[in-house]
Design a protein. Sequence first.
Length: 221
Amino acid sequence: MTPLSDRLLSPTRFGGAVGVFAAACLVLLLAALPAAAQFTPQQQEALGKINTYFDGIRQMQGEFIQFGPNGEQSEGVFFIERPGKIRFHYKAPVKMDVIADGSQVAVQDRSMMTQDLYPLSKTPLRYLLSDRIDLTSANIVRQVIEEPDLITLVLVQESAFGDGKLRLIFDAKTYELKQWVVTDPQGLDTSVAIYNVETGKKADPEYFKIDYYRFRTGTNK
């Protein structure tokens, strides 16, 4: 069997592709919830265990690797502090940061000194950054895919850009979040895997501050 780490990090596992903003694709699917799904008792149990584990995490940080449209990859570090705060910092040569400060999400281009702003409440990030997460709700999770070593939760998003899909991938034994995949309205996939993850370690509050004056704002939805 292919090792779990290789399966998670393989771009061919998910096919398709993304734009240069990668993890930032999470903020481009402005969500309206679809009709509720139905789960088996086994799936409900898995959802409950994932929810209990993930909802207990208030701080998380580590490294990430992202695959682009033709297998190209970029990487960086991330910090999460619930409720409402996240930072993805890309390593060179990519000059980009994605920051949520509890109210807004900024996608910053450090080379052009521009940023696009989106209300956090209108992005799927709100599911991961809310004070209390409820992944057991059939109004949020549309499908549960169980494999021997992975459990995938599928969230289908209807947006002004068309229908999109967010997949959250967890370890089947530890229930740790390992990866997410965003499928945009064109059917293209963004794959972001996380590793060297630490929980319960508080990050510098400066990481979650958006500079509303230094960067030129290109979009404010």
